[in-house]
Design a binder for this molecule. Structure first.
Ligand code: HEC
Ligand code: HEC
Length: 274
């Protein structure tokens, strides 16, 4: 008993000493708080960006899909490509990017842990936009464009070398549930079939590529604002009108959302509210 107690006591002293050390380290860290990540753009809430090759980003997203699925792969493909581009010019920033704790993005799989909500490929792409884009107006413009693109594009477009053609579908929705379900129905496969996984890895490549193109355009090109605006897709009617009235800041302002309304309210028209 005595021995045990002494050992316990010694262990406790060790723990106390350890925690005092940890406390000291934490104090030092907080004193040094002003030292930002080497990837940070000085004076902005953004990480440094460098022009990337959108086709390489697409290939990487496709090839690394199985490491952590949709959200993980779009985010990682974009951030790693920027990190690789900065390797010579800014090795510290590059290292911070290549060593990002990418595993945190694994939660986004199948619309957030299988819940079928926001498509993970879009979620990861949007996270990357927020990481690199410090100006909020620009960030919101790019994010809206990604949402529009996702809802209205025939996916998948990407085809790996030697890969077979896959059926394509338009989701009209940013939800994984709707997007994967519609595709599976058109392709006549179950959602647990390997073809559905292949479709989502190609879709991830498409979303990652589009995101890289938008980041290249907005963060590095020097293209005039009007020219950029002309490239943005317009939200078709009636969704545009529904949103103007019902979303935050609108006439009725009774819901939040920019999704395509008629997917779930098919009976509603702009002027007929029975
Ligand atoms: C000019 C503004 C305006 C536009 C445009 C508009 N709404 Fe409405 N909407 C209203 C108002 C006002 C109400 C409230 C009616 C009520 O409370 O009885 C309403 C109610 C609703 C409701 C819920 C109540 C119900 O009666 O079921 C839904 C759902 C809805 N609108 C969907 C839509 C959709 C979808 C569109 C686009 C196709 C749309 N709205 C376009 C003004 C608008
Ligand atoms: C993914 C499906 C989905 C989409 C897309 C969707 N809604 Fe809804 N909406 C719902 C559901 C579910 C409810 C709740 C219905 C209920 O309570 O009866 C609802 C409720 C509403 C209501 C009624 C709120 C109230 O007063 O009770 C309005 C208004 C509305 N939606 C407008 C819109 C508009 C405008 C859009 C497009 C920007 C839209 N919705 C897109 C599913 C959707």
């Amino acid at each position: 008993m005595d021995k045990l107690n002494r050992r316990d006591a010694l262990r406790l002293v060790g723990v106390a000493a350890g925690s005092m050390f940890a406390y000291g380290a934490a104090r030092e860290a907080s004193a040094a708080d002003a030292v930002a990540s080497p990837a940070m753009v000085e004076g902005a809430e953004a990480w440094k960006y460098a022009v990337v090759d959108p086709d390489k980003v697409a290939r990487d997203a496709y090839e690394q899909y199985h490491a952590g699925r949709c959200m993980h792969t779009t985010f990682m493909a974009i951030v790693r490509n920027v990190g690789e581009k900065l390797a010579d010019a800014d090795p510290l920033a590059s290292a911070a990017m290549l060593n990002f704790p990418f595993h945190m993005m694994k939660y986004g799989d199948s619309g957030a842990n299988g819940w079928g909500s926001l498509c993970g490929s879009l979620n990861g792409a949007m996270a990357a936009v927020a990481l690199f884009c410090g100006d909020s107006a620009t960030r919101k413009t790019i994010l809206d464009e990604l949402g529009n693109y996702y809802e209205r594009t025939m996916f998948p477009i990407f085809k790996p070398e030697g890969g077979e053609e896959l059926p394509q579908s338009i989701s009209n929705s940013v939800l994984c549930h709707v997007s994967s379900g519609k595709w599976a129905s058109i392709a006549k496969v179950r959602t647990d079939a390997p073809e559905r996984t292949e479709r989502c890895s190609r879709l991830s490549a498409d979303v990652a590529k589009k995101t890289a193109e938008l980041l290249n355009l907005y963060l590095t090109s020097g293209v005039a604002d009007e020219a950029k605006a002309a490239l943005l897709s317009k939200r078709p009617e009636p969704a545009a009108s529904c949103i103007k009235c019902h979303n935050k800041g609108g006439e009725t302002s009774d819901v939040i959302g920019k999704m395509t309304c008629n997917e779930c309210h098919p009976e509603k028209t702009v002027d007929h509210h029975n």
